[in-house]
Design a protein around this ligand. Structure first.
Ligand code: TXA
Ligand code: MG
Length: 316
């Protein structure tokens, strides 16, 4: 596996590799993705192998433009169309009717396909160079922390990845929001676009857990987890002896007595906090301490998506 700067030549090579059925990791505005040509069932199978991801867990298909969308999905319902116009290209995934040409391994046999049109210039250049949709989950080992840098991908995924396109740190740092269109629009995964922003376009959206069943493993209780045990706790109530061999992931302020500290956003900006979020967790995890204490974040805007990830990381 080679990590290469995403130059035009590297992008051409990456597209060739995808055409040959190899896997290429690439940056998006949310996190790094592990891509295969979406119409190559064998290549897609290798994604599951390399990630050690269960086949029951469907992938997100990335498209460059409306033509690529039409090749993988049927006509979006009106609410989806309104969200496309407002948020694409961008960090929003829509669950739409699947076209038969999309191999069923991509969608775990579902009649729907999750699609998003990314905004990151390298992701777009790769789609353009391939000229076809790319199936790509986050480029991490299944259940572990999401990768926001090429080095995270390199350390988690081994030789099964032909090339890692490096374009620095992913800008938003948290995965796309996923919306499905059932009797009512349903948020399957809170993510980089706050539910308030989605509701401002299409009206009330059902939150998962409000009577909806589990369909996305991002919805599994234990997911997005560091190797170090993590608990969600207000650090100010943790006794000092318990802090000595632990790290703290704090929102705005420092807490004395911890072996390591990462403050997500001293000014309280939730976007900045999201951009630093997985990076901070990777860093604290690498220290090999006994525990990570994560401070609860405000439950608004991107704080909802981060709190969701922390709850799942804390679940055993
Ligand atoms: O920001 C992102 O979305 C990143 C970048 C790489 O685009 N991708 C990502 O993919 O987070 P992944 O595989 O880690 O998460 C995709 C989620 C999974 O939980 C999967 O179950 C859900 O999308 N999903 C995919 N297809 C679906 C479908 N047809 N119905 C419901 N959920 C689906
Ligand atoms: Mg993932």
């Amino acid at each position: 596996m080679t990590v290469v700067t995403a130059t035009p030549q590297a992008l051409q090579r990456a597209a060739e590799l995808l055409r040959e059925g190899a896997l290429v990791a690439f940056p998006t505005e949310t996190v790094y993705g592990l891509g295969a040509s979406a119409f190559d069932a064998t290549a897609v199978a290798r994604i599951f192998e390399v990630k050690r991801r269960p086949f029951l867990d469907p992938l997100i298909v990335h498209v460059l433009d409306p033509d690529m969308l039409a090749a993988v999905a049927g006509k979006p319902p009106a609410a989806a169309q309104a969200l496309i116009e407002r948020f694409w290209p961008g960090p929003l995934t829509l669950v739409l009717p699947k076209r038969p040409a999309v191999p069923s391994i991509v969608t775990a046999g579902l009649a729907t396909v999750a699609v998003r049109m990314p905004q990151h210039p390298v992701a777009r250049a790769l789609l353009g160079a391939l000229g076809a949709a790319i199936a790509a989950p986050s480029a991490n080992t299944f259940g572990r922390l999401s990768p926001t840098r090429a080095s995270h991908v390199a350390s988690m995924l081994g030789e099964g990845v032909a090339m890692i396109l490096d374009a620095g740190s992913a800008t938003l740092g948290i995965e796309s929001s996923i919306v499905a269109f059932e009797k009512v629009p349903t948020l399957l995964r809170p993510g980089a676009i706050a539910i308030e922003e989605i509701e401002a376009v299409i009206g009330p959206v059902r939150r998962i857990g409000e009577g909806a069943s589990i369909r996305a493993p991002g919805q599994l209780a234990h997911h997005y987890a560091p190797a170090t045990p993590l608990r969600l706790i207000e650090p100010s109530i943790v006794p000092f002896p318990e802090r000595r061999r632990a790290a703290v992931l704090a929102f705005q302020e420092e807490f004395a007595g911890y072996a390591a500290t990462r403050v997500l956003a001293a000014d309280g900006d939730l976007r900045a906090a999201a951009a630093a979020f997985f990076d901070a967790l990777h860093e604290l995890d690498a220290l090999g301490l006994e525990r990570i204490d994560a401070q609860p974040l405000p439950e608004r805007g991107l704080g909802v998506a981060m709190t969701d990830r922390l709850r799942r990381a804390a679940a055993r």
